[in-house]
Design a protein around this ligand. Structure first.
Ligand code: PMP
Length: 385
């Protein structure tokens, strides 16, 4: 038999986001395609990690993470979402939210199990499902409010559907699911007996008039919900790979074992750094973060409007989908390349977030950039006006 890649290799093909980053560095452009925040890391977090390296927190930790970090997560979760969780049995620290989702899908899904995903989606959700040999089913959110219809959900679900992925605030749309929408989804999950995988990595990037609610706190939802979040975005440490899953002890145990299997544990001193940050940073930090990003959102969306690329204004997270109908090109990729070649600013073609040829009239920009970089990008985008 000839040497060949596994049939699974298709789920890790070069992503459009990575492609645009490569194109961008080829021309030395400003990369607003990738969700890498370059805002400063809080001092407490840096000190917590560097002191831990110096004082010897350098060996494997428990596969579910340092206990002090799990305790800090439990306290933070209670404070911000009112969710009680047991740090001993219900929290697993993972290599980023990415690791938590991978391990959760491996733990709870069998090959052929279907999982409903809202589009526009975050591509890793799909690839991670495919890596578990699960089958994504798509329900489209309709702009400008990125609303879903219960009828479409009911048309999509089948007896083989085991779960639904909820990402709030969402990448790329910036949608923050409302209390009413969450309660509809809770009824839906209950009726069809679904697991709810909630990716809440942008929980602290919430803008005026909106509120983040953890799905697990809705009545009766705790047992079926796997809450995933992490430090990447909140503390600007995307490269540290510290995330976590919070869920019922029955699921958490095996999620922890998968964690152990694929990477043993998240980086020990960096877990300690994140624990320190969670212990020492008060409300003012989280409020300041949301304000800072809201100001960036406002400035950037104004610049997009001026450049003739009307934005779908996000209510949370730090991405914006812009309408690029009037930019030359017949596909989203051609339009994103036109923007890159004309202005030197990289974005992601909207088609990367949808199935089957949708999304060709939008591109996504990430505005998690230092003010100087963002100013330069905003200036350059005016070349399209
Ligand atoms: N979930 C979403 C929705 C994201 O946008 C990202 C980052 N792009 C992640 C998860 C990745 O998080 P982490 O760095 O914790 O793996």
């Amino acid at each position: 038999m000839a040497l060949a890649l596994s049939s699974r290799h298709g789920c890790v093909l070069q992503s459009e986001i990575r492609n645009m980053s490569i194109e961008c560095s080829r021309i030395g452009g400003i990369n607003l395609s990738q969700g890498v925040c370059d805002t400063p890391i809080p001092d407490a977090v840096v000190r917590g990690a560097s002191e831990s390296i110096a004082t010897g927190v350098n060996t494997y930790t428990h596969y579910a993470g340092l206990f002090r970090l799990r305790e800090a997560i439990a306290r933070k979760q209670l404070k911000f979402s009112g969710m009680q969780c047991d740090p001993e049995n219900e929290i697993v620290v993972s290599a980023g939210a990415t690791g938590a989702l991978y391990c959760a899908f491996q733990t709870l899904l069998d090959p052929g199990d279907e999982v409903i995903v809202f589009e526009p989606y975050y591509g890793y959700h799909i690839s991670t499902l495919l890596a578990a040999e699960a089958v994504p089913l798509y329900v489209t959110l309709e702009p400008p409010g990125w609303t879903f219809s219960l009828e479409e959900l009911e048309r999509t679900v089948t007896p083989k559907t085991r779960g639904i992925i909820l990402n709030t605030p969402a990448n790329p749309s910036g949608k923050v699911f409302s209390a009413a929408e969450l309660s509809q989804l809770a009824d839906f999950a209950d009726t069809h007996d679904l697991f709810v995988f909630t990716d809440e990595i942008y929980e602290h990037f919430i803008y005026t008039g909106h509120e983040h609610r953890s799905f697990a706190t809705l009545p009766g939802m705790r047992e079926r919900t796997i809450t995933v979040s992490g430090a990447s975005k909140t503390f600007s440490v995307t490269g540290w790979r510290i995330g976590y899953a919070i869920c019922d002890a029955r699921w958490a145990k095996t999620i922890g074992y998968f964690n152990d299997l694929v990477y043993v544990c998240a980086p020990a001193p960096l877990q300690a750094g994140v624990a320190r940050g969670m212990q020492e940073l008060g409300d003012d930090y989280y409020i300041g973060l949301a304000r800072e990003y809201e100001a960036r959102r406002d400035r950037f969306c104004d610049a997009l409007s001026c450049a003739g690329l009307p934005p779908y204004i996000p209510d949370g997270a730090y991405y914006v989908l812009a309408d690029v109908s009037r930019v030359p090109g017949s596909t989203g990729k051609e339009k994103a390349m036109h923007i890159l070649n004309t202005t030197g600013v990289a974005s992601v073609p909207g088609s990367a977030f949808f199935q089957g040829g949708k999304g060709n009239t939008t591109v996504r920009f990430c505005f998690a950039k230092e003010d100087g970089v963002l100013d330069e990008a905003m200036g350059r985008l005016q070349l399209l006006a």
